[in-house]
Write a protein of this length. Structure first.
Length: 266
């Protein structure tokens, strides 16, 4: 449909999973896409995929744990394509799944760096380039885990909750620059989903049954179009929202309590 024709987008973590699905959707809608990805092999692969779809695509090795690397990716985008219109903050670095009382300060620091700090750095680096274009679109990633207080994800939940607060603040303050800022809370069959499905018989069926729509999401067919919407002129009057794209999972929520944790320990 060409909803993103003549637009330049940078997507972090676009080398696989949901990020790759979003990148492919952007390419189909006419955007020039920068794949800001730490893994060169997967980043280069997606770069070739997008070019095969007829898109201009450019891989930039990016470590979201490093401010300089994020800023360099923004500059490389502008140098390569002449500007920046859309920023999608998708990448994060997962930590070990352990109870809150066993999470270390180092784990929390790393998770907060790859979520809220990385998003903060990317948004602020993008701002002057958005202003030069007369506006821009920011789509940040949060998670249903924040809403349900997912067990074993305390550091991740804290970081993603911060991303929501940052999203709302940017929507309020940067609207004066014609910049919209929204968050998306997706669930889809990314790398972690496929790993769990392979290791746990019946995992796919259980995951499908939890959702009112009765199936897990596809990164490209289900998540990508929602991000395209938020990045396009169709959402020009939408800012500061968190959009659940999860097959309705946010309605019932889910119980993530590990089976081996006692109900009471006092």
């Amino acid at each position: 449909m060409g909803l993103l024709t003549n637009k330049v987008a940078l997507i972090t973590g676009a080398g696989g999973g949901i990020g790759r699905g979003v990148a492919r959707c952007f390419a189909r809608e006419g955007a020039a896409v920068v794949i800001a990805e730490i893994d060169e092999a997967s980043g280069r692969q997606v770069e070739q995929e997008l070019r095969a779809l007829g898109s201009q695509a450019h891989f930039v090795r990016t470590d979201v744990l490093e401010k300089a690397s994020i800023e360099a990716a923004i500059e490389a985008t502008v140098d390569t394509f002449g500007g920046l219109d859309i920023l999608v903050n998708n990448a994060f670095v997962p930590s070990e799944n352990v109870l809150l009382e066993h999470k270390t300060d180092a784990q929390l620091a790393r998770t907060l760096t790859s979520t809220i700090w990385a998003t903060w750095w990317a948004m602020r680096a993008a701002l002057p380039h958005f202003k030069a274009r007369g506006g821009g679109r920011i789509v940040n990633f949060t998670s249903i885990d924040v809403d349900v207080g997912a067990w074993l994800h305390s550091d991740y939940n804290a970081g993603k909750a911060g991303v929501v607060g940052l999203t709302r603040s940017a929507a309020a303050e940067w609207g004066r620059f014609n910049i919209t800022c929204n968050a998306i809370a997706p669930t889809a069959m990314g790398a972690t989903f496929h790993k769990l499905a392979a290791e746990n018989p019946g995992f796919y069926e259980r995951a499908a049954a939890m959702r009112p729509l009765g199936r897990p999401g596809d990164p490209e067919l289900d998540i990508g179009p929602a991000v395209v919407f938020l990045a396009s002129e169709m959402a020009r009057y939408v800012t500061g929202v968190t959009l659940h794209v999860d097959g309705g999972l946010h309605l019932p929520g889910y119980n993530s309590r590990p089976a081996d944790v006692p109900v009471r320990e006092y």
